[in-house]
Design a protein around this ligand. Structure first.
Ligand code: C2E
Ligand code: C2E
Ligand code: C2E
Length: 91
């Protein structure tokens, strides 16, 4: 806590996500599809998700939030500034 700046928003690049092989990205692809459906938000190229959702996804992937974040950055699904979001939580 005590950070001067708010944490960055977690904004998923849905086009990049669609291009990741589903044997790796399948759970995330299904999770984002569910959020889009709940919001009625089908046309976006990006999707903002909750900080809580990253924690939930980390449980699904059996990884820490920071390791999952690095994976998503390496796929191009999250920007590098997303690291600050997990640092704000874990650091
Ligand atoms: P809810 O959590 O009861 O949210 C109801 C409505 O409040 C949302 O309707 C949205 O208009 C607004 N809202 C809630 N949180 C935010 C926020 O952080 N930013 C903004 N801009 N608006 C917010 P909406 O979008 O139709 O979502 C309906 C329901 O779908 C939500 O009900 C929630 O249960 C689920 N949902 C939607 N998006 C997400 C998400 O990113 N993560 C999770 N875990 N659930 C989501
Ligand atoms: P945002 O709309 O700019 O909201 C930023 C933060 O304000 C949210 O971060 C959350 O901590 C708080 N917030 C905004 N609206 C609500 C609300 O209705 N209830 C509560 N308890 N907190 C609220 P968070 O949760 O990390 O969400 C990040 C972004 O994800 C949101 O930015 C919004 O773009 C999106 N989002 C999250 N949940 C929903 C949702 O249910 N519907 C929609 N349409 N967007 C959502
Ligand atoms: P709501 O949008 O229907 O959200 C209902 C409850 O869903 C929230 O209760 C919260 O427990 C959960 N929730 C919804 N959106 C989010 C979110 O983005 N992140 C998280 N972590 N939880 C979420 P809560 O917190 O008691 O809020 C009750 C109502 O007060 C919300 O109804 C919303 O209308 C308003 N509200 C609360 N916080 C914010 C906020 O930061 N920004 C805005 N614009 N509205 C907020």
């Amino acid at each position: 806590g005590g950070a001067a700046e708010p944490p960055p928003k977690l904004v998923l690049d849905l086009e990049r996500l669609a291009n990741v092989p589903s044997d790796k990205a399948g759970p995330l692809q299904r999770y984002t599809a569910t959020i889009q459906s709940q919001r009625g938000d089908y046309n976006g190229k990006v999707l903002s998700i909750r900080q809580d959702d990253l924690r939930t996804l980390a449980v699904i992937y059996d990884q820490s939030p920071s390791v999952l974040t690095e994976q998503l950055i390496s796929w191009g699904v999250l920007g590098a500034d997303a690291r600050r979001a997990v640092q704000a939580e874990e650091g």
